[in-house]
Design a binder for this molecule. Structure first.
Ligand code: NI
Ligand code: MN
Length: 229
C-alpha cells in the first residue's frame, strides 16, 4: 500500500509500510502548503534540482529526522556541507534507500541555489523514477517536454507526476503529449497554481488527459492524499 500526499507545488510525501519519503520538500516558504515541515519525519528525501522551490526545507528536516538526502552530486556536496547525510547521484544512476530505489534521469531545465552569500549553481536538473510501495512513480521534476520521455515510459511507469504550470516548465499542452510518451496509468499534475504566474485549469487538464490518452488524472489539492491500489 502506497499513499501519495501532495504538499503543494512539487512537494510530495510517499508513505508505505511505515516508511516515509519526501520529494522536493518546499514547505515553509510554499504559499500553497497546508503542512509544516515538522509534520514530516522521513527516512529519505529526494531532490530533483537545486532551485529553492525544490530544495525547500531539506536541511532542517534532514537534520531533525536524520534523513538521507539523495540528489545530484554537486547539490549533494553542498547539502553535506550543511550537515546533511547524503547519497550523491547523477543521470542514469540508481540509488537504494530504506524501502525502495530511485533512478535519476534527465530533465530539460536549469539549476541554481540562492543563499545569503549569493547564487550557487550546484549540478544539473533531474527527473526521478522511484520504485517504492510496489509502484513505479516518475517525478518529471521541472522540465520541458522531450521525446526521450519515451525511454522513461519503457521502464513501466504506474504513476507520472508532471509539471503543468508553464512559464518555467511544460504547460498543459506539452504535458498531455508527455503522458503519451510516458504512458502511465495515473497522472498527477503539479507545479501549478502555487503562485499567480503558474495559474492553470486543473479540471481542464484532467479532461484532456482522460479523453486523449489511456491514463486517468488524479487532481490533488495541497494537503490531499491519494492511495495507490
Ligand atoms: Ni526549477
Ligand atoms: Mn520549480
Amino acid at each position: 500500500m502506497l499513499t501519495i500526499t501532495f504538499i503543494g507545488h512539487s512537494a510530495f510525501a510517499l508513505d508505505s509500510d511505515g516508511k516515509q519519503v519526501l520529494v522536493d520538500p518546499f514547505i515553509s516558504g510554499n504559499p500553497a502548503s497546508t503542512h509544516k515541515p515538522e509534520d514530516f519525519s522521513p527516512a529519505t528525501i529526494l531532490i530533483t534540482h537545486a532551485h529553492n522551490d525544490h530544495v525547500g526545507d531539506t536541511v532542517d528536516i534532514a537534520r531533525r529526522s536524520a534523513a538521507t538526502a539523495i540528489t545530484v552530486v554537486e547539490l549533494a556536496d553542498y547539502l553535506e556541507m550543511q550537515g546533511v547525510e547524503v547519497i550523491a547521484t547523477n543521470h542514469g544512476g540508481t540509488a537504494s534507500f530504506n524501502g525502495g530505489t530511485v533512478k535519476f534521469v534527465p530533465a530539460w531545465h536549469s539549476s541554481s541555489y540562492t543563499t545569503m552569500d549569493g547564487n550557487l549553481a550546484p549540478g544539473v536538473p533531474a527527473g526521478l523514477i522511484v520504485r517504492f510501495g510496489g509502484k513505479t512513480i516518475y517525478f518529471a521534476g521541472d522540465t520541458a517536454l522531450f521525446s526521450d520521455m519515451k525511454l522513461i515510459g519503457e521502464e513501466g511507469i504506474d504513476i507520472a507526476i508532471l509539471p503543468i504550470g508553464d512559464l518555467f516548465t511544460m504547460g498543459p499542452d506539452d504535458a498531455v503529449r508527455a503522458v503519451t510518451f510516458v504512458d502511465p496509468e495515473i497522472v498527477i499534475p503539479c507545479h501549478y497554481n502555487t503562485f499567480p504566474a503558474l495559474a492553470q485549469d486543473g479540471p481542464a487538464f484532467k479532461q484532456r488527459v482522460d479523453s486523449e490518452t489511456g491514463a486517468t488524472t488524479i487532481l490533488l489539492d495541497p494537503g490531499q492524499t491519494y492511495s495507490a491500489t
